[in-house]
Design a protein. Sequence first.
Length: 163
Amino acid sequence: MTYRVCFVCTGNICRSPMAESVFRARIREAGLDGLVEVDSAGTGGWHEGDGADPRTVTVLGNNGYDSEHTARQFHVSWFSRLDLVIALDAGHLKALRRLAPSEADAQKVRLLRSYDPAAGADLDVPDPYYGGMDGFEECLEMVEAASDGLLAAVREQVEGRAA
């Protein structure tokens, strides 16, 4: 049975596609690519059908990650097929939990940086959209730092299903 993870930010062109690409690479490296499905979406549909922001594409490419992406909006019906919904900031977390049709679905929503033990109290990945390349590079650093902890949590869930 496939374990499904969806990363969610506002427009699905900066943070969530970056997290999707990084985590998909981590899943491949861990040999879990046949067991875990990774995708992303936005809380809104403003950019639906667009590719990732060119700065996201550049930062991902410069760091060896795939950047093929088409933006889409998160739909409440997806909760039933997802195991984990990863919000990139507290606003997304709140919006997604409000959308959740049940308490069990609301519990599937987690903040990405909650998987980074060094993150401290500020668990938001800042939106780099209105800034320069340095914001996109900082975003990638935060995503990479949280991805190891997220991978460990997902691996535990996947292995628990196989047991």
